[in-house]
Design a binder for this molecule. Structure first.
Ligand code: SF4
Length: 536
């Protein structure tokens, strides 16, 4: 398997650190925008964005944050940049004109972005990319050349005519690059060089002596963990991991660290330290959520402060640790909806269940941040097994892909906190995922708040119950990999309307439509522009 296709816990499962309601909209779009900006050397004044009529984006690109992320990326910003909510205005202030159109292109993937960028000097480039869930994306075409670019390399793109094969040989002979690919389209050629660094100006000047090079573009990586040629990981399925463990009964977190060390060329200490950093970000966000957040364009206001007060004064029903888990879920969801910093774990919509379960339970058990990090690592490995063969995108799998994955991952994490065995952690994940199959995605008013809050609470509560079942050696019956396969099969049987298009389920209730209209009117009044998707 090419290293570009190898899932990384920090790239694909626990991350990105970001702002916005949906990772498959905000974070992925931001990465696409940054690559498009690089393709134009940050010099453009017009951007045309096209979405296929039958995809999910015509109905969700604005309310779920694709616009905010994409515009932020076009400005060169980071996914956690505090200016992101103002990216439309900032792009307009920068003199860039944006047009968003719905077209009939028959795109296979429901989350396909088609961008055309121009500058006044007549330079124009196109880029087509898909958002694959949890903030991950793949650029599938550049200027009509079919490519496969994940943002995990420094990419140098050399445009040539006729001498591409020779140039490939010369670049390969230089050494120090991971992959050199020749793309051809209608008599034109593009040489793509994937490496840990860009080809330098001096190297390109040397190459130009032998091969006329029409243009050079440098696309910087957008993922935290880079890829390398010939990367090998110890396993990619749960079954293989259990075979690799060979009865040693290593803790799941240890196997997760082994995986990520191989994937990212990191030491165990580096892997744990990265996850501890994430734990600290999450704990800050939880406190911020409980203290209270404000944001105009959302369905729900601040609710978790009252939950906290009732919990502290003993006026809630006795849910044990589940009450603190529920509080933390609620706090993180409020931070997400107010454009605060969250960690997509595995997605922004389902950002709360796993971190809340781990942090609340660890606090109840008086465990350390390193213990929390190890539990998140364990969950991350279960996420790797999901993302390797499937996806976290609700547009593909409904909420079973987001909430279901989060529940499975959280269950394994909770068993890890309790020092359960490896088979128990895997059993907990299997049982938790089984209970979430078929869950639809139907966000109210096209905002990722209702029923998302409830679904995160459901995922966390389910994870706690399944962790306890597993600790008591209940039999999951169906192995984890088969449950993932089943979720994928069920996704194929779900109608498009129930997969994050806001065209079915609760999204179509009278109340949901009324809230959506009210929020749209409020936004129009605030910015003085119609809700047409232009860069307002
Ligand atoms: S319903 Fe589930 S999948 Fe859909 S937006 Fe909400 S959390 Fe995400």
């Amino acid at each position: 398997m090419s290293s570009a296709l190898l899932v990384s816990i920090f790239n694909d499962v626990i991350g990105p650190v970001m702002r916005g309601p949906s990772s498959s909209h905000c974070a992925a779009a931001l990465r696409i925008g940054r690559l498009a900006r690089d393709l134009m050397d940050a010099d453009f004044q017009e951007v045309l964005i096209e979405f296929d009529r039958n995809g999910s984006l015509p109905t969700t690109h604005e309310s779920q944050g694709s616009d905010m992320g994409l515009f932020g990326g076009l400005l060169g910003w980071d996914a956690a940049d505090e200016r992101l909510p103002g990216s439309p205005q900032a792009l307009r202030d920068a003199g860039v004109t944006i047009r968003i159109e719905t077209v009939d292109t028959g795109d296979e993937h429901p989350n396909t972005y088609r961008l055309t960028l121009r500058n006044p000097r007549g330079e124009q480039h196109t880029l087509i990319a898909i958002s694959t869930g949890g903030g991950m994306m793949e650029v599938i075409a550049v200027d009509d050349f079919k490519v496969s670019l994940f943002g995990d390399y420094h990419e140098t793109l050399l445009s040539v005519i006729g001498n591409g094969a020779d140039l490939v040989k010369r670049v390969t002979a230089l050494g120090g690059v991971d992959e050199v690919v020749l793309h051809e389209h209608c008599g034109r050629q593009l040489v793509e060089v994937k490496a840990a660094h860009f080809l330098s100006d001096e190297t390109i000047a040397e190459l130009r002596k032998a091969c006329p090079i029409l243009s050079v573009k440098r696309l910087a990586p957008v993922l935290p963990i880079a890829s390398r040629k010939d990367t090998r990981v110890p396993f990619t399925t749960c079954e293989d991991m259990l075979a690799h463990d060979a009865g040693r009964n290593l803790p799941l977190w240890k196997l997760a660290a082994e995986y990520e060390m191989a994937r990212g060329n990191l030491t165990e200490a580096e892997v744990i330290a990265k996850m501890v950093d994430i734990v600290r970000i999450l704990r800050r966000s939880i406190q911020q959520g409980i203290a209270g957040t404000h944001y105009d364009d959302r369905v729900l206001g601040h609710q978790c402060g009252k939950f906290d007060a009732l919990m502290r004064s003993g006026r809630l029903l006795n849910g044990g640790a589940l009450n603190r888990i529920t509080l933390y879920v609620s706090a993180l969801m409020e931070v997400k909806s107010s454009m605060g910093v969250i960690v997509a774990a595995p997605t922004a919509g389902a950002c709360a269940a796993l971190p809340a379960a781990v942090i609340a339970m660890a606090e109840e058990m008086e465990l350390s941040e390193e213990d929390m990090a190890k539990a998140l690592l364990a969950s991350g490995l279960m996420g790797v097994f999901i993302a390797t063969r499937w996806a976290f995108a609700a547009e593909i799998g409904g909420c079973q892909a987001e909430g279901g994955s989060a529940a499975a991952m959280a269950a394994a994490a909770l068993v890890t906190l309790a020092n359960g065995t490896l088979p128990q952690a895997v059993a907990a994940a299997s049982m938790a995922f089984q209970s979430m199959l078929g869950l639809i995605c139907d966000p109210v008013a096209n905002r990722v708040e209702v029923p998302c809050l409830g679904k995160n609470v459901l995922a966390a509560g389910n994870a706690l119950s399944c962790a306890n079942l597993a600790l008591a050696d209940y039999d999951p019956v169906i192995p984890f990999d088969e449950v993932v396969e089943t979720a994928q099969r069920v996704a194929g049987q779900m109608p498009r309307e129930l997969r994050c298009t806001a065209l079915g389920g609760l999204s179509m209730t009278k109340t949901s439509l009324a809230i959506e209209a009210r929020l749209a009117a409020k936004k129009t009044a605030a910015c003085g522009a119609p809700t047409c998707g232009c860069a307002r």
